[in-house]
Write a protein that binds this ligand. Sequence first.
Ligand code: ADP
Ligand code: DP6
Ligand code: CO
Length: 360
Amino acid sequence: MGEKWVLMKTAQTPTNIAVIKYWGKRDETLILPVNDSISVTLDPAHLCTTTTVAVSPAFQQDRMWLNGKEMSLSGGRYQNCLREIRKRAREVEDKERGIKIEKKDWEKLHLHIASYNNFPTAAGLASSAAGFACLVYRTNGFGFDAVFALAKLMNVSEDESQLSAISRQGSGSACRSLFGGFVKWIMGKEDDGSDSLAVQLVDEKHWEDLFIIIAVVSSRQKETSSTSGMRESVETSSLLQHRAKEVVPKRTIQMEEAIQNRDFASFAKLACADSNQFHAVCLDTLPPIFYMNDTSHRQVLIYICWFLLGDVGEKNMYKTKEVLIEMVKSWLWDIVVLGSIPVKSRDMNLWRTTSQKSVI
Ligand code: ADP
Ligand code: DP6
Ligand code: CO
């Protein structure tokens, strides 16, 4: 190995938003959840993380910059991901530049990682999901030439499901950014986490008329991170126990059915009920956690008004969307960023008009 080279790989990964929420771990280190969860992966054109990983013999230690600011890699989660990928690293050769890294060299070589989120970090838009997924692997089928970040740099041959399990140890929700469309994270029963896996329920083409509108009501960092919030909920909320044992198992089945049948009325009702119950668990935590503000409470009301109006049939979709957007616009001063699965070109204009006013 010469001393003056740098090898780099860049990956881009979308975030995902849960419609059945993961809230609570039964194992903090392996990140094993207390219930199944279901999410929808957003279009990376709107919300995504871009991560570049670099390796060079000139680097003295592993370092990471998040949105341009250096951060500590000492946390167990980063270490777990790096360790698991390093274990699987293989020989890499760049013949053109005369660089060869042998398997054993990876133990000595240090990494520099630079990651950017194009949406607010730690504000409730699942930056940890896109962030850890991006660090470890890429997602499929979004029509751009994404590459695995660490896994690609280190020539790791594991399949995506194993890479998903590694990124789960960075942040639980990250394992669901493996696929597009709707994804279920099966909680599993084993203590070693071997059956706690993400599976794709349907791909992004299954429900093309479904649009996700993300209204950023505050881009400030949350006061309580998901990790510590759910830890406190597990310790103190009896509603969480009831939710995990009694509510989510039934709701997951209903949600899967609604998704399979593209039944928007049921889908919306279930997603809204689940989100509200998640916030109820936060309130039931000691000390209580508040993730919603006045604007987000109003939004929930708009949402409920909207589906109570019942005008959610496929043929009325466009009218409904426009009405919704007008309502959202009139209620929010901060504006709307959109992700969808996927955005169709004829709808892009509608969204672009709105996105131009985005504060992101
Ligand atoms: P969010 O709702 O945004 O997921 P969390 O509290 O779950 O909020 O996680 C936020 C944390 O995730 C950040 O403080 C940071 O440690 C980590 N994170 C966010 N973005 C990235 C990224 N691009 N790469 C690596 N880690 C990230
Ligand atoms: C409310 O995956 O961010 O977004 O595993 O501790 O990193 P850690 O937590 P995280 O929790 C996400 C919580 C949620 C619901 C969800 O995405 O399912
Ligand atoms: Co998160």
